[in-house]
Design a protein around this ligand. Structure first.
Ligand SMILES: NC(=O)c1ccc[n+]([C@@H]2O[C@H](COP(=O)([O-])OP(=O)(O)OC[C@H]3O[C@@H](n4cnc5c(N)ncnc54)[C@H](OP(=O)(O)O)[C@@H]3O)[C@@H](O)[C@H]2O)c1
Length: 360
């Protein structure tokens, strides 16, 4: 008798929303395919955003997959694959519109459509699932200007060190590139969590307890701690525009320095409709165009994560060596998938929200 499995699918919010469906585990694979028994799937803001986009773009109501990253064990391989049955792997899709669901007990992936890395023995499967998107985003942020981000003397301000992308960015800066002067805008809760769980500390500006504007506190750091020297780079992983009105007071101008964002001018509301998100993206495109046209003395970059095998392999290696740590906020069963989505959308997740697909 054929074996079945469950996975979350959707076509668009107005057509029944997320659906827990039953499928048959395939018995035949193409040469370039892997069949994987999924252990954990990571949930990301982009999953909610794409679900909302489906309302406008999934014109024919096709069935789309949910989830873009997972850890699991290879069950069967096509003849051209470099992986073997029993390998523990972590993977992330390269496609914007993914038809396979990472939030499912089994998944078939095509080699050309996914980045894949073997999980090293000392990396737990749940931590592996928390890695791909957030870690590879951090790598791409730091690759905008490696001359700054890999230089220990650089002065770097991170807005949103409490996000997963922010946490990996901070860890790479501090533990891999040995940058000394890192400041992070994050809550006291985040300070406490990083310190207690990982003994990881950076200089923080606590936006939850600070009564003055963050720009004023930053100005004070420049004057009193840096003796007037400004930042070499501002990295925004949460969405902010506070610094632009007087950017020359915070960032060294006319010295090829960068302001790098992965969100845009304001905190993203993941459940917004496509048109509301489009406004946020257009704000960044406008800023990019005016930055090019009027040359304000710094480089503005909006980073879109570009997954590569090489970056994913480096993340697993750093996890295994203890140079970076993954962080899990909470794990939900596939039946409680919508609770996981709501937790992520609350902006209160402290670490990755994952779906537990292991049989207990
Ligand atoms: N462009 C890309 O390729 C790309 C890739 C990945 C993610 N993103 C975007 O990056 C953003 C972060 O994603 P994520 O998954 O890393 O986030 P996340 O882990 O869900 O972020 C949650 C954290 O955000 C922090 N936070 C909430 N409100 C804040 C505020 N007003 N100021 C500072 N920190 C705040 C909180 O930490 P505290 O307790 O410290 O406040 C919370 O723990 C999302 O908008 C996502 O869409 C973009």
């Amino acid at each position: 008798m054929s074996q079945t499995f469950k996975a979350i699918k959707y076509s668009k919010p107005s057509r029944g929303g997320f659906q827990l469906k039953t499928f048959t585990v395939p018995t035949k694979l193409q040469d370039d395919e892997l069949l994987i028994k999924v252990s954990y799937a990571g949930i990301n803001p982009v999953d909610i955003i794409l679900y909302q986009y489906a309302e406008a773009f999934n014109v024919w109501g096709e069935e789309w997959g949910m989830g873009r990253e997972f850890s699991g064990t290879v069950v069967a391989t096509g003849s051209e694959m470099e992986f073997a049955q029993g390998d523990r792997i972590v993977a992330s899709t390269k496609s914007i519109k993914e038809t396979q669901s990472a939030v499912g007990q089994y998944i078939v992936i095509k080699r050309s459509g996914w980045v894949i890395a073997k999980l090293l023995d000392n990396v737990p499967a749940d931590i592996g699932a928390s890695l791909p998107l957030s870690y590879m985003t951090a790598v791409d942020i730091l690759n905008v200007q490696p001359s700054i981000t890999t230089t220990p003397d650089s002065k770097i301000l991170v807005l949103g060190g409490g996000t997963m992308a922010g946490f990996y960015t901070l860890q790479l800066l501090k533990n891999v590139y040995n940058v000394h002067d890192i400041y992070s805008v994050q809550s006291t809760k985040t300070d406490k969590l990083y310190a207690e769980k990982f003994n990881f500390k950076v200089n923080s500006i606590n936006y939850d307890t600070e009564t003055r504007p963050i720009t004023e506190v930053t100005q004070e750091i420049i004057t009193n701690t840096f003796h007037g020297e400004k930042f070499d780079m501002i990295i925004d992983t949460i969405g902010n525009s506070d610094f632009f009105a007087d950017i020359g007071s915070f960032l060294k101008l006319n010295q090829n320095k960068s302001y790098v964002t992965i969100v845009g001018d304001s905190v993203s509301v993941y459940n917004n409709t496509f048109w509301q998100h489009a406004k946020l993206i257009w704000g960044s495109i406008y800023r990019k165009i005016t930055n090019k046209l009027f040359n304000p003395g710094y480089h503005y970059a909006y980073v879109m994560m570009n997954p590569t095998d090489e970056n994913l392999v480096s993340g697993v290696k750093y996890l295994s060596e203890g140079k970076i740590h993954g962080l899990i906020d909470s794990a939900y069963s596939i039946e409680k998938f919508e609770d996981a989505i709501n937790k992520l959308a609350s902006h209160n997740a402290k670490g990755k929200v994952i779906i537990d697909l292991e049989e207990k």
